[in-house]
Design a protein around this ligand. Structure first.
Ligand SMILES: CC(C)(COP(=O)(O)OP(=O)(O)OC[C@H]1O[C@@H](n2cnc3c(N)ncnc32)[C@H](O)[C@@H]1OP(=O)(O)O)[C@@H](O)C(=O)NCCC(=O)NCCS
Length: 182
């Protein structure tokens, strides 16, 4: 407990806020803008969640608000089409020597184009800038598509968290990627 608390204090005192500058990127012949998430995006992010989670919305407006305004160093970014539609987003926060991916989703019309990989790569840069040793995330045991992507990007299974998803008591696979530090 004490270790966890001192990790949190270290994170708040010494974690670097990430000066993320918006940038244009090209993927599968389409142009996108990658930028930080702002409050006005939240309604669209919840709609995107509804799209990918079969009508469910795991995160509420207040959950998004508290994450994007948290004093803990974090990176919440989204990828936007030329028509200003949010195609996907990722959230992450720093705890001690780990950057934890809290949320990632790519709209069903935009999947399998490399957007998920691009978002995770951006979080990895944030983690390395903050001298993290690991990247981590939880994923449903049944979500084998996402697990395949994470393994391809260098994550491996560390643990199973029993009944992690409270609405159906599904277990989570806790996955970790060790980063090259220095
Ligand atoms: C999991 C998720 C974020 C992945 O996003 P994505 O944008 O589809 O991911 P990518 O396109 O980078 O990779 C997906 C696959 O497409 C393939 N791909 C990438 N670019 C491609 C291209 N140009 N053409 C064809 N396939 C391509 C990748 O090789 C990858 O294959 P793999 O699954 O065999 O590893 C997305 O499917 C999603 O939002 N799912 C629903 C929500 C969810 O499950 N979130 C995760 C919670 S932990």
């Amino acid at each position: 407990m004490l270790k966890k608390f001192s990790g949190l204090v270290k994170t708040i005192l010494y974690g670097k806020q990430y000066p993320f500058s918006a940038k244009y990127i090209s993927l599968s012949d389409e142009e996108y803008l990658l930028r930080k998430i702002i409050d006005q995006d939240i309604k669209e992010l919840i709609a995107l969640e509804r799209d990918v989670y079969f009508g469910e919305t795991p995160w509420t407006k207040s959950a998004f608000l508290s994450e994007i305004h948290s004093p803990i160093p974090h990176l919440y970014i989204c990828i936007v089409t030329k028509k200003e539609e949010i195609a996907g987003f990722i959230g992450s926060r720093l705890i001690g020597n780990d950057t934890h991916i809290t949320n990632i989703a790519v709209g069903t019309n935009f999947q399998n184009r490399g957007i998920g990989k691009l978002l995770i790569d951006e979080v990895e840069k944030f983690a390395i800038m903050n001298d993290c040793e690991t990247l981590s995330l939880e994923v449903r045991l049944s979500n084998t598509d996402a697990q395949r992507l994470y393994r391809r990007l260098g994550f491996s299974a560390r643990n199973i968290r029993k009944n992690y998803y409270t609405e159906n008591n599904e277990d989570a696979l806790d996955m970790i990627k060790r980063l090259e530090v220095g």
